[in-house]
Each structure stands twice: as C-alpha cells, then as structure tokens.
Design a protein around this ligand. Structure first.
Ligand code: FAD
Length: 454
C-alpha cells in the first residue's frame, strides 16, 4: 500500500492547486482523478464556455461593422470547426495540468476514489492509498431538477459541450448564470432560444436593478423569456421535441437544455463510513481552514458549496496547503467576490447588491450611469450600458459595483482591487479618467441618482 503525506481526491481547480502547493512545501502527494485533469473549469466549464462566448459574439460584431464602413459577405458559422478547435485547446490545457503536477512531484492516479477510514482511500481499480491527510476536492455536477416525463430527452451543461451540431430551436430551463450564458451562446451562433424560468426574474441573488436591465437587454436581443413557468414533460415527434409547460402551452425545440443548479459530488465517497455528515445542500461542512469534522480530512471547492467559482476553489486549495504543510495558517475571505456573467451583454459585479447594502448601510448613495456606448453611435446598436456604484454616505466607502455591458467583467476585476483597498468615492473622484472609455464613467459620476434615508 502506497503511503503519502497528502492524498487529494479530484484533479480540478482546488485539488490541483492544493497538490502542487503541498508538494512545493515538501509533502509527498498523490492525486486521484476519475475523469480528466483540470476538472469542471477546464474540461466543461469556464474555459470551453468562454471560448464559445467569444465565438458567439462575432455575430454582433459583423452586424455593427457595417456602420463603420465595412462590407462583409454573408458570414457563415461552422459548429464542427469550433468544437474541434475548442476541444483541442481543452486537451492542450489538460496536458499542461498533467505536466505541472508531475513536475511538482505529484503522483497521479486514475480512478474513482472512496474513503474507507480517516486515512485510507481506495480506488475502483483496487489500489489503496494511505494519507496522513486527505483532501476532498470532488467539485459538483449538474442537478437533475424535479423528475418529469421525457427528461432523458434533455441535456445538461455537460451535454452542451458534447453537441455535435448547432440546434436550430432551443429551450433552456433555468435562470442562473450557466443557463443564461449557454442560452446567449446558442443564440449568438444562430439558434432561436427560449428560456423558461420558474421565478419572475433572472439571476436570483444579483442586484435587482441590474437583473432587470439585463433581462430587458436579453429580450431586446431576441431571447424569449418565459417567466413563472415550469416544464412538465418533454416528448419527441416527427418534427422534433415538444416541451410542455405548466400553463398548458407547448414549445417546439430541437434541443432542451436544463441548467437547474449543481449538486456537490459526494455520492459514493464513503463519507458515512468515516463519520462526515453532509449539510442540507448535500455539501461537506468545513471550518474556516477547510477542515472537516474528521481532523485528518479537509475539503475545498464546490464540494463545500461556499462560493462555487474557480478562483475560490483555487484559493481554498492554496490556503489549505499553506496551513497544513507550509506552517502558514490561512483562512479564505468569502465576502468580497468579483465575478462576471458572460451573457451578451455581460455583467460584472463586486461587493454588495443595493438590497443587501441597504441592510448594512442605511445611508446609502446610488450613483448610476445609463448610456449608449460610444461604439454604438456609428454601429447603430441600440443596447445601453448600466454602471452602478453603491456608496456608504457615513464613511464614503464604495461597497458595491454592478455593470451590464461590454467589458464589465474586466471592470469588476479592477474595481475588486479598489474595494479590497477599501476605496472611497473621493478616491475614485480623484482618479483621472481614461478617455474615451466606458469605464471612465466610474470616476466621473458626480451626483447620486438615489440617496437612501437622507
Ligand atoms: C458551464 C459552467 C461554467 C462555469 N463558468 C465559470 C466561470 O466563468 N467562472 C468561474 O469562476 N467558475 C465557473 N464555473 C464553476 C467552476 O467550474 C467551479 O467552481 C470549479 O471548477 C470548482 O472547482 P473544484 O476543484 O471544486 O471542482 P472541479 O473543478 O469540478 O473538480 C472536481 C474533480 O473531481 C473529480 N472527481 C469527482 N469525484 C471523484 C472521485 N470520487 N474520485 C476521483 N475523482 C473525482 C471530477 O472528475 C473533477 O475533475 C462554471 C461551471 C460550469 C459547469
């Protein structure tokens, strides 16, 4: 039986970072992966999705080019070419992950891992690994949602990346970022897309005004939103798929994509055997140092359902390795999370929503710029950008940024730095604008649009 200082289960964002950093601290490390190195983000998440987003946005660029004097022949999109090139890039990245792990001295094992006690991991092929410490970094998988007749006719986000042709008519069920991003990709590439959502607005948990602005922009771009609706059945006939909704209506489709959230990957891990109980969401409870109820076992990333994003899994994995093997105890701040939603138009966010900020800072000022970007003047595109800053009047601190429009994801990254440094509105005002840009609005907003509780 092979013995290590650390056995990592899961070769995704969190597991790979933890394994490499622990090895760098001198630990002997084994990493077990059942599918492909790189995990969700590299293989069927952030990376291939963003490549598809880039592909889908050319459609609008071609349209807008005419206003700038370009004459183009009718552009033609080939799904097979994009898929082949995307898959090759993903395989290249997977190879880099493997190379980096091996060159850090990590031993890679292939198979499905299961815990049998607080220090032992058994692979489905029979190999047994002993670890002074064990890190569970098994991520999450698409949730099935409520069972409906014909559900096997639908695909989830994993199935999206396997599609071999562009479906012409798509029904997407869900209103989270994955549902909307994939809906926009398909629409940009030429599909007719209808989104069915249970609630009355997209992107629950995001700032209400920004959700509304984005929903209007998506509708204006041709995406059809069916709010307050559920799927009750899917069937196939000669003309394709028929999707039944709970109001008795039906939608015709060639593809039904259900994106109904994600469940932590804990099934079959043997957690009961070692005495780890799951929380109400099926996630592994951990403390601030990612330690579970069993002292030798830690967990990071989506399987702990804290903030389910790649940079967070990476940071948790790194902090774990520094804490346990680097004699540098580090916990992770889960509060200030810059993030982007890669719909078209995209959304960038950091800090509190207006609703949450008001709970904490009753004397809240809202600065807002709602404008047509300069590029639209000649291109004729009708979309408007929304940029919004939330400022606590008592301290002048900027406590939230929300944007919809081109490059707002990039803006969220830089405003994340400013908020991390506890920027005040006065410090943004003192910052010179980069002209002409859209982001300059962020340092030139003079008058609050709303002053709460003045
Ligand atoms: C479509 C989509 C788009 C996304 N876009 C973004 C984005 O733009 N930005 C962002 O920050 N995040 C995005 N995410 C989320 C991001 O991918 C995850 O938060 C991140 O991958 C979590 O990392 P992790 O290490 O926890 O798990 P994962 O990366 O999922 O890795 C877990 C690994 O464990 C393996 N595994 C599971 N069980 C076992 C077992 N028993 N034995 C051995 N191996 C096992 C799995 O095969 C997997 O490789 C997206 C996710 C999806 C699905």
């Amino acid at each position: 039986m092979a013995a290590f200082d650390l056995v990592v289960i899961g070769g995704g964002s969190g597991g790979v970072r933890a394994a490499r950093i622990a090895a760098g601290h001198g630990a002997s490390v084994a990493l077990v992966e059942e599918y492909r190195l790189g995990g969700t983000c590299v293989i069927r998440g952030c990376v291939p999705k963003k490549l598809m987003v880039y592909a889908s946005r050319f459609a609008q660029e071609f349209e807008e080019a005419a206003g700038y004097g370009w004459t183009l022949q009718e552009p033609h999109f080939n799904w097979a070419t994009l898929k082949m090139r995307r898959d090759a890039e993903v395989a290249r990245l997977e190879g880099i992950y493997r190379h980096n792990l091996l060159s850090s001295g990590v031993q890679i094992f292939t198979g499905q891992a299961r815990l049998t006690d607080a220090h032992t991991v058994v692979l489905d092929g029979g190999t047994t690994l002993q670890g002074k410490h064990i890190l569970i970094a098994t991520g999450a998988a698409p949730a099935n949602g409520p069972a409906i007749p014909g559900q096997d006719l639908a695909i989830d986000s994993n199935g999206f990346f396997d599609l071999t042709a562009l479906p012409q008519r798509v029904v997407v069920q869900g209103a989270g970022y994955i549902a909307l991003e994939l809906a926009c990709v398909l629409q940009g590439l030429g599909a007719k897309v209808q989104v069915v959502l249970r609630g009355d607005q997209i992107l629950r948990g995001f700032d209400d005004e920004v959700r509304k602005h984005l929903a209007e922009a998506l509708t204006a771009s041709g995406l059809q939103l069916h709010t307050g609706r559920n799927l009750t059945a899917i069937s196939r006939d000669a003309s394709g798929l028929q999707v039944q909704l709970d109001d008795g209506s039906s939608l015709a489709a060639d593809c039904v994509l259900r994106a109904l959230g994600r469940n932590p990957n804990t099934q079959g891990l043997g957690l009961e055997a070692v005495g780890i109980a799951l929380d109400q969401h099926g996630a592994i409870p951990v403390d601030a140092f990612s330690q579970t109820a069993i002292p030798s076992i830690y967990a990071v990333g989506d399987v702990t359902n804290r903030v389910n994003l790649t940079p967070m899994a990476i940071r948790e994995g790194h902090a774990f390795a520094d804490t346990v093997f680097g004699a540098k105890p580090r916990s992770v701040d889960h509060t200030l999370v810059p993030t982007a939603v890669f719909t078209t138009p995209e959304m960038g966010v950091v800090g509190l929503t207006e609703e949450a900020a008001l709970q904490r800072y009753p004397h809240l000022d809202v600065y807002r710029a709602n404008f047509r970007p300069m590029k639209a003047t000649l291109s004729g595109h009708q979309g408007r950008m929304l940029l919004k800053l939330l400022v606590d009047r008592d301290t002048d601190r900027v406590v939230g940024f929300h944007g919809v429009g081109p490059d707002t994801g990039e803006m969220a990254q830089l405003l994340g730095v400013a908020l991390q440094l506890q920027a005040t509105k006065a410090s943004l005002d003192a910052t010179l604008a980069v002209h002409p840009t859209a982001a300059e609005e962020l340092v030139t907003m003079r008058t609050p649009a709303v002053r709460h509780n003045l």
